[in-house]
Ligand binder design. Structure first.
Ligand code: ADP
Ligand code: ZN
Length: 732
């Protein structure tokens, strides 16, 4: 008989330990494979972490252990071969421990859907189909606002199922005979054959960076190169070097929509042995790519966040492009950051980790300055192309705004005209979707707030609905105030939709396109729009930060930020850093090829350092000022943070628990640690649950880890209380 130690699929803290099962069958059962196991009244998927031989009978085993041991039969075995290498399993344990997350939640984040230890994996298809949704009835009778939102979206055109949004809303629409599913077999994913390109001759700076990184003894290096300095070429050369010594490469990009461009670069240089791994592939494709990588058939893997767990053996190099981008961190549990995981993985497997950015995160830059990481810089653009000339327009100054527009200033309108006349392209950025950003009643003061989370509701013109950008709540736009009946509601602020409308009116002959997450509901659509803009099918592109990142538009000569202050008004210790990055990235989009670039920033805070330094792309100046701020306010990189979020249905009970939880931590507080809260977070409610947050600031992890684990253990037993731990949170 064999005794199996099994983790079950429920990612809750109280079940975060192995359970014993007995197995007497003949079929081989191995470690790191899935089994079906009965757990209470249910059958769950389990992940075998250990197998040991046992000489006695089931009865003897039960006597020895002191509890009932259930049997697993031969039919319960799901996998013949281990899903993970031993090395990756060890990495999973390290990640779970660092992020204080249940081990099974890390395994679920690591493995593609059809191999994941969860029941739904057994239904995940291995053949790829695309499901499309089409509207069949436009009448909105008997629908909820969410259902209306989806119907209005579908009426604008058939969508792929995964672009449509919430599966439960879709299901309801199908049941109400408003929409139907259409199934089509999907063409297998293949990287198109590319003509091999002749590599660029490296510039002097590229050469120094390349040679320096290759010979640098540090495990992790920061490559800081201004936008347009040619970091990609350095990545390609480093990859070439890594392949030449017989090892493999993992190339990470911060967002799925940046993978096609990166795959392009790599396939033109290295041909076919490239695999792609990200969450927008179908389960079938991910399964195929995952197995192909595991079989050792790919030398280079390109992917977004979760690709950091790609089953590559003999890994020699991990590159993270745009290491500062926040999407490298997973929003929900286990809340891992691909950069930190890459560093853990690099250390375990002896792979070099290269972090690339024009505007590194303060954490990374300060570690590089302290000599923890190697540091290489490329301060000039390729061929000394000048950085864009940038103008800051003070929106408060009299005469700045003309009669023509309340959003685009006179200098901006003049600049856009000039560029259009020359046949050049313009990028217009506003980091907010929608039409009006707020609605209120001037008579009684009623504010349209989200009933779910307390956030501001934004009016979306295209589907005529009020939406919450924090939690996704939608409601119909009423014709009068729900409190006093006043029909003259005040509409304030603007987002991409209204800016698009106004721009079209101001420049009637220009071809204007909008790009935000309402338009680009999938990576494929986004890629299409970006390509169209590159091919000069539009003159003006209006968008959110989505367009500021990474793309290379050769005919773009003006990048403008319509309102630079949006980010500064948001809460959080990183608001200045986010604002600086956004502006610096936007400015960096202009004039990357032959035409000299210009940038223009409209703001109500023309002297704020995040805006001034962002406009000048003066990273160093920003870094020094922001480091001082962080030191004063005691935030990273001067301290570490762990945020604990407690949530529950009963607000009073939650409040008591949160207070007691924080007190328990405080009672063991050491001099270098601080416990803040419980506070009510910006989003006070989520998914019907009230929330409270506690923030722990500390210098040494061992000062807080024990007491935090004790407190979690104590409170995870409270019925109805949910505990979410976020190590190194980006928001607070
Ligand atoms: P970054 O990622 O640092 O912002 P890119 O890697 O996108 O910059 O390079 C900017 C531009 O410079 C690209 O159009 C690229 O083709 C070009 N480029 C890069 N290296 C060289 C080189 N050595 N010689 C000529 N052009 C180069
Ligand atoms: Zn909300």
């Amino acid at each position: 008989m064999q005794v199996l130690s099994v983790l079950v699929e429920r990612a809750t803290r109280s079940l975060d330990r192995p359970f014993a099962y007995a197995y007497e069958g003949k079929r081989k059962v191995g470690e790191r494979c899935r089994v079906k196991c009965s757990f209470g009244p249910k059958t769950l998927i389990g992940f075998v972490i250990h197998v040991r031989e046992y000489d006695g009978s089931l009865e003897e085993l039960q006597n020895e252990l002191g509890f009932e041991v259930k049997l697993i039969s031969e039919e319960d075995i799901v996998d013949e071969e281990p899903l993970l290498s031993e090395g990756l399993f060890e990495l999973a344990k390290e990640v779970a421990s660092y992020y204080m997350a249940p081990l099974v939640s890390v395994l679920q984040a690591m493995l593609p859907p059809s191999l994941s230890p969860r029941s739904s994996s057994l239904r995940a298809p291995k053949v790829a189909y695309d499901y499309y949704v089409e509207a069949i009835d436009s009448k909105e009778d008997g629908l909820t606002p969410k259902q209306i939102e989806m119907l209005r979206l579908l009426l604008r055109g058939t969508l792929r199922k995964k672009e449509a949004g919430s599966p439960s809303v879709l299901k309801a629409l199908i049941e109400k005979k408003k929409a139907r599913l259409v199934k089509k077999e999907r063409m297998r994913f293949e990287i198109p054959e590319r003509e091999k390109e002749v590599p660029h001759e490296m510039t002097f700076e590229q050469k120094c960076a390349y040679e320096g990184i290759v010979s640098c003894p540090k495990e992790v290096v920061l490559l800081q190169g201004v936008t347009g300095s040619g970091k990609t070429e350095v990545y390609l050369r480093l990859s070439e070097h890594c392949l030449s010594i017989g090892r493999k490469v993992l190339m990470l990009v911060p967002e799925i929509n940046l993978t096609p461009a990166m795959v392009d670069y790599f396939s033109r240089r290295f041909g076919k042995r490239i695999a792609i791994l990200h969450s927008e592939l179908t389960p079938g494709e991910r399964y195929d790519e995952y197995r192909r990588i595991a079989r050792g058939e790919a030398d280079i893997v390109v992917g977004a966040r979760s690709a950091v767990f790609a089953p590559i053996s003999n890994l020699g190099l991990i590159i993270l492009d745009e290491e500062h981008v926040e999407s490298y961190k997973q929003d929900n549990a286990p809340h891992y950051h691909a950069r930190e995981v890459a560093i853990m993985r690099g250390r375990r497997e002896g792979a070099k980790v290269v972090l690339g950015s024009a505007t590194p995160s303060l954490e990374t830059r300060s570690r590089a300055m302290r000599g923890v990481y190697g540091y290489f810089e490329m301060p000039h653009r390729v061929n000394e192309r000048p950085l864009p000339r940038t103008e800051i327009v003070d929106l408060r100054a009299p005469g700045t705004m003309g009669k023509e527009s309340s959003k685009l200033s006179r200098p901006l309108i003049a600049k856009i005209r000039e560029k259009l006349e020359k046949g050049e392209q313009v990028l217009l950025l506003i980091n907010r979707r929608g039409y009006w950003t707020g609605v209120n009643c001037p008579k009684c003061g009623h504010l349209f707030k989200c009933p779910e989370c307390g956030g501001n509701l934004v009016y979306h013109f295209q589907d005529r609905l009020l939406k919450c950008h924090h939690c996704g709540h939608v409601e119909l736009f009423p014709d009068r105030c729900p409190e006093c009946g006043n029909p003259a509601l005040r509409r304030v602020g603007y987002g991409t939709e209204r800016l698009e409308e106004e721009t079209k009116a101001l420049f009637p002959t220009a071809r204007v396109a909008r790009l935000d997450s309402d338009v680009a509901r999938s990576a494929a659509r986004l890629e299409k729009l970006v390509r169209a803009f590159k091919n000069r099918e539009f003159d003006i592109l209006i968008g959110t930060q989505m367009v500021a990142k990474g793309h290379d538009f050769p005919y773009l000569s003006l990048a403008a930020v319509a309102l630079a202050d949006i980010g500064l008004a948001l809460p959080g210790y990183r608001s200045a850093e986010r604002t600086f990055e956004l502006i610096a990235q936007a400015v960096g989009r202009a004039g990357r090829a032959l035409i000299p670039g210009e940038a223009l920033i409209q703001t109500y805070n023309p002297t704020h350092y995040a805006i001034v330094d962002g406009a000048r792309q003066d990273y160093l100046s920003f870094y020094e000022k922001e480091m001082k701020e962080r030191k004063l306010s005691r935030f990273p990189p001067y301290v570490y943070l762990i945020a604990v979020e407690l949530s529950g249905e009963d607000e009073n009970r939650l409040y008591e628990c949160a207070l007691a939880f924080a007190d328990l931590l405080r009672s063991k507080e050491l001099s270098a640690t601080r416990v803040i809260g419980p506070i009510i977070p910006y989003m006070a409610k989520r998914e019907g649950l009230f929330r409270r947050s506690i923030l722990i600031k500390f210098k040494k992890r061992e000062d807080v880890e024990g007491s935090l684990r004790d407190a979690i253990k104590r409170y995870q037993a409270v019925p109805g209380l949910r505990i979410d731990v976020d190590v190194d949170p980006l928001d607070f």
